[in-house]
Design a protein around this ligand. Structure first.
Ligand SMILES: C[S@@+](CC[C@H](N)C(=O)[O-])C[C@H]1O[C@@H](n2cnc3c(N)ncnc32)[C@H](O)[C@@H]1O
Length: 314
């Protein structure tokens, strides 16, 4: 129960047109201030002021990441409950809301296009590029360890890239499907899987933000070094969860929080790593339990990155 004054503060913060629009937008996934400025077509100081009021009231959560800050709808507490209740009552056919959703989709599409452009450029050299960051061997053996037991019927590799996970886990599934939005990555993946003799895996063009339900239900899902390319990894997790069977396993590998801003400016990253608290929150919202977490510190000094592996189950 909240004190009266506190509740009035929460209601005052939410009781304004732009702020209500912001809550409804953030219910659809995390965004940076820059995105929200573009979507609402209002000045950055104005949007930041609204977001500060919402954050001070506990209606939204703010996560600072390097030079950017991301906002998401609060999941906990009295204010979180108010935020959830309010967005559940917004009429999605309201013309202003329809326009906001259209702009939100445009902003996301532009970001995806940027990432796709980057991956089209690096597809041929990706396997070399990725070993520059991380203790690859240790991470790969932990991924293998994350999928124990006999081969599962169906494994999905979301953001498959060059198909490395499908190749690594080839004896852990009877049928494997890799999904990626980059044609260039997929053509490298097809060639690699073909020459490795992995004939029980296929790769397909697809967008993680709009996964085809016909891909599931899967016994296991792997998402290796993909979530940091999205503003709202929680939304991607929710989409992936819908393809997982009850009791199914998911392994996520990504970076721990870091401050290497150049990965954003030069390598299309959006999130500067994912924290344990963020992952627990996103997993819980998606109906997944975090079973184990392992960390792999970099072997590359202060330019290095720590890699995390989360094992989740549905
Ligand atoms: C860093 S690579 C990782 C590839 C692979 N999982 C691995 O670890 O080798 C990220 C991959 O995510 C893919 N990707 C980015 N945005 C995507 C989206 N919206 N839908 C599907 N794949 C996406 C990229 O094309 C790229 O192949």
């Amino acid at each position: 129960m909240a004190e009266l004054a506190e509740l009035v503060g929460v209601l005052k913060a939410a009781g304004e047109g732009t702020r209500l629009r912001l809550l409804a937008l953030l219910a659809g996934g995390d965004h940076s201030v820059k995105d929200l400025t573009e979507i609402l077509d209002q000045s950055q100081p104005r949007v930041s002021r609204h977001l500060k009021l919402l954050a001070d009231a506990g209606l939204v959560q703010r996560n600072a990441e390097g030079a950017w800050a991301y906002y998401g709808l609060a999941q906990d507490g009295e204010a979180g409950a108010v935020a959830q209740w309010l967005v559940g009552r917004v009429d999605h056919t309201d013309p202003e809301r329809v326009r906001d959703c259209e702009r939100q989709a445009e902003v996301r599409a532009a970001q995806q296009a940027q990432a796709a452009h980057y991956f089209a450029k690096v597809a041929g050299s990706w396997d070399l590029l990725k070993t520059l960051h991380v203790p690859e061997d240790a991470v790969e053996s932990a991924v293998l360890g994350g999928f124990q037991g006999g081969p599962v019927e169906l494994l999905l590799d979301l953001g498959t890239g060059t198909g490395r996970m499908l190749q690594l886990l080839a004896d852990r599934y009877k049928r494997g499907i890799g999904v990626d939005s980059s044609r260039e990555m997929l053509s490298v993946a097809r060639a690699r899987l073909g020459s490795a003799g992995v004939t029980h895996a296929q790769v397909r063009l697809g967008d993680m933000a709009e996964l085809d339900p016909a891909l599931g239900p899967a016994d296991a899902i792997v998402i290796h070094q993909v979530l940091h390319y999205f503003d709202d990894p929680g939304r991607m997790l929710m989409g992936a969860r819908e393809l997982l069977k009850p009791g199914g396993q998911m392994v996520i590998v990504d970076f721990a929080p870091h401050e290497l801003e150049f990965l954003r400016t030069e390598h299309a990253h959006r999130r500067l790593g994912l924290s344990q608290a963020q992952m627990s929150g996103w997993a819980a919202s998606a109906g997944l339990q975090v079973q184990t977490v392992r960390e792999f510190p970099s072997d590359n000094g202060d330019r290095g990155l720590t890699v995390c592996l989360w094992r989740l189950c549905a």
